[in-house]
Write a protein that binds this ligand. Structure first.
Ligand SMILES: *[C@@H]1O[C@H](CO)[C@@H](O)[C@H](O)[C@H]1NC(C)=O
Ligand SMILES: *[C@@H]1O[C@H](CO)[C@@H](O)[C@H](O)[C@H]1NC(C)=O
Ligand SMILES: *[C@@H]1O[C@H](CO)[C@@H](O)[C@H](O)[C@H]1NC(C)=O
Ligand SMILES: *[C@@H]1O[C@H](CO)[C@@H](O)[C@H](O)[C@H]1NC(C)=O
Ligand SMILES: *[C@@H]1O[C@H](CO)[C@@H](O)[C@H](O)[C@H]1NC(C)=O
Ligand SMILES: *[C@@H]1O[C@H](CO)[C@@H](O)[C@H](O)[C@H]1NC(C)=O
Ligand SMILES: *[C@@H]1O[C@H](CO)[C@@H](O)[C@H](O)[C@H]1NC(C)=O
Ligand SMILES: *[C@@H]1O[C@H](CO)[C@@H](O)[C@H](O)[C@H]1NC(C)=O
Ligand SMILES: *[C@@H]1O[C@H](CO)[C@@H](O)[C@H](O)[C@H]1NC(C)=O
Ligand SMILES: *[C@@H]1O[C@H](CO)[C@@H](O)[C@H](O)[C@H]1NC(C)=O
Ligand SMILES: *[C@@H]1O[C@H](CO)[C@@H](O)[C@H](O)[C@H]1NC(C)=O
Ligand SMILES: *[C@@H]1O[C@H](CO)[C@@H](O)[C@H](O)[C@H]1NC(C)=O
Length: 474
């Protein structure tokens, strides 16, 4: 990926561009972002830690509006139509609600995994050993405010909290566990805390926690590179998913008041829209909605806004702020989702940021919007506001999807319903008076907030013509 062709693509892109006001070295190229050193424990160190490190399994029972437990399961790299054609996926969809307009954030894998817990992908368009500084918060900081327990189950990880780049099958050296599919491990705010590391467990711990009735209320499950379809195909991955989930759906301890979100990190064809087949399952789904579909626009950030509204939590003040909330929750609180016009929305590209190679912003991290009310009406986590200060954010974070960046400049700006400047509601909770369902919002996005960012250089951003070139390189 780090090739002269990419640099050329960048300059071609600049000629096509609109402007984004983040500081960027005019000479930034793929080679400018320094490689991070990787963590590679020796085989002996891994064996020793495997024998001694004990995972933790704290429990809690904090009631939510529509579910008391959420479990996300991610498969890999499959176009919507390929999933839709698969019999195992069709069976799973018959047991729940199919989301027909759920989008990933970009390509390749890793930025999507980073996004689903951190509310941004920070411009990442690589699977490198990236680390995100400790002053960037994640969904687990939101959950911690109410003592809602959480954990990850990473199939093939050799011990809880392993931070290495991969752990392969030790007999065949085939891909098994990979860091790039482990959402929380990128964040120093997680890895600097030993308790948190001990909550990043293997899939064997899932079986134990299930048996012992010690599952957390928020969890993320990553099957290994065989089971998630990365090194196999949709037939294999969907069959694994059905085999894994079907007994769980029959298990009353697991399923009662539980929402399962089965999705993919990204769509396979980089030149097409990044729409991914997503099924909502579990006891939280009303029987009468099983086998139905929901065409509302959602994305990976919706999983954070949904958790925030479900449990009345603050926001990260990034793209999670006003991301559309799953109807399961939105219908119960009266939260008004925004009906997004999908024309020109692809979500195949990245944007300038500290983890971008092609538009690297050395030393600059985007500032969250610390003033927005966000979907749950609870504002932004106070420690985030304390750290980052008063700001309306480096980007249009109250838009329903990343707006004004990359190829999505072609979309329509849609301010989150809860932050619309025209709102006359006396309520700041986002729980309107009986209004349900969805509404179309065409209010303009708030103006550029360039002032929040010292901007020595304005970078001219890629046009859509670069997508094909990037696709060829990635
Ligand atoms: C999905 O669409 C692509 C082109 O858009 C096509 O090549 C492929 O055969 C389709 N797959 C299925 C399973 O329909
Ligand atoms: C990581 O992957 C590389 C390349 O496949 C392999 O050589 C190495 O042994 C793996 N590391 C571990 C700890 O499994
Ligand atoms: C992935 O996990 C399955 C068990 O779920 C195991 O049979 C398989 O060997 C693993 N893949 C690799 C490459 O180790
Ligand atoms: C470490 O993580 C735990 C679990 O998320 C949290 O309760 C605790 O406050 C964290 N400790 C510090 C010092 O951040
Ligand atoms: C997946 O691979 C298996 C085994 O190679 C094959 O039988 C199946 O047809 C493949 N599925 C698709 C959708 O290509
Ligand atoms: C789940 O329960 C249904 C009926 O309640 C049954 O038909 C099905 O075989 C069960 N599946 C498993 C995997 O136990
Ligand atoms: C769910 O929990 C209730 C008690 O809270 C129990 O009666 C019921 O059997 C459980 N299982 C299912 C599948 O609803
Ligand atoms: C990727 O998603 C888009 C929808 O956003 C869809 O039109 C396209 O067909 C998908 N790719 C394939 C090959 O199915
Ligand atoms: C939400 O409300 C809409 C409109 O009444 C309805 O069509 C949809 O089925 C509901 N969805 C859920 C998950 O409750
Ligand atoms: C969303 O907008 C589209 C076209 O703009 C329209 O066809 C559709 O009915 C709208 N849906 C809702 C729920 O408002
Ligand atoms: C956040 O941490 C990064 C990396 O250490 C640093 O460059 C930045 O100044 C910090 N920002 C704030 C607001 O603390
Ligand atoms: C925010 O959206 C406005 C359009 O409403 C656009 O002009 C501006 O460039 C966007 N700002 C950023 C930082 O993307």
């Amino acid at each position: 990926m780090k090739t002269a062709a990419l640099t050329a693509a960048l300059w071609v892109g600049r000629a096509l561009a609109g402007s984004v006001t983040v500081p960027l070295s005019p000479d930034a190229t793929a080679t400018d972002r320094p490689a991070e050193s990787t963590i590679e424990p020796s085989t002996a160190a891994i064996a020793s830690a495997s024998a001694t490190v004990k995972p933790l399994s704290p429990t809690s029972d904090v009631k939510g509006v529509a579910f008391n437990r959420i479990v996300q399961v991610w498969l890999e790299n499959t176009d919507f139509n390929a999933s839709a054609a698969d019999p195992s996926m069709q069976w799973l969809a018959s047991q729940g609600i199919l989301l027909t307009n759920y989008f990933a954030t970009t390509h390749p894998s890793q930025p999507n995994y980073a996004a689903v817990v951190g509310g941004d992908n920070f411009g990442m368009e690589n699977d490198d050993f990236d680390s995100i500084p400790a002053n960037v918060s994640t969904v687990v900081d939101l959950l911690d405010t109410k003592g809602i327990t959480w954990g990850e189950y990473q199939e093939g990880i050799p011990y809880a909290g392993f931070r290495g780049y991969n752990y392969s099958n030790q007999a065949t050296f085939a891909n098994n566990y990979v860091r790039k599919h482990n959402p929380l491990i990128f964040y120093d705010s997680v890895t600097s805390n030993a308790t948190r590391l001990s909550l990043i467990k293997g899939l064997g711990a899932f079986a134990d926690d299930l048996k012992n009735q010690k599952l957390p209320q928020w969890s993320f499950i990553t099957p290994n590179m065989t089971n998630d379809g990365h090194d196999t195909n949709i037939t294999f991955a969907a069959s694994w998913a059905r085999g894994f989930l079907e007994p769980l759906l029959n298990n009353s301890y697991f399923s009662n008041d539980t929402l399962v979100i089965l999705t993919f990190d990204e769509n396979e064809s980089y030149s097409l829209k990044n729409r991914i087949y997503t099924v909502l399952l579990g006891g939280a789904i009303p029987d009468e909605l099983k086998g139905t579909a929901d065409s509302m626009f959602y994305n990976h950030y919706s999983t954070i806004s949904t958790v925030s509204v479900n449990w009345g939590l603050p926001s990260l003040g990034r793209w999670d702020c006003d991301a559309n909330v799953l109807a399961l929750v939105a219908n119960k609180t009266g939260y008004k989702n925004s009906n997004v016009t999908l024309d020109n929305l692809y979500f195949n590209q990245s944007y300038p940021g500290p983890l971008s190679d092609s538009a690297f912003t050395p030393g600059w991290w985007p500032v969250p919007n610390t003033q927005a009310k966000c979907a749950a009406g609870k504002g932004v986590l106070s420690s985030i506001a304390d750290t980052w200060g008063t700001s309306d954010g480096s980007f249009n974070y109250t838009n329903v999807y990343p707006y004004g960046l990359g190829e999505n400049t072609g979309g329509t700006p849609v301010v989150g319903a809860n932050d619309a400047p025209t709102s006359t509601s006396g309520s700041s909770s986002g729980s309107g008076s009986g209004s349900t369902g969805t509404t179309s919002s065409t209010a303009p996005a708030k103006g550029t907030n360039a002032a929040a960012v010292a901007a020595p250089e304005s970078m001219l951003w890629f046009g859509t013509g670069v997508a094909g070139l990037l696709a060829a390189l990635l």
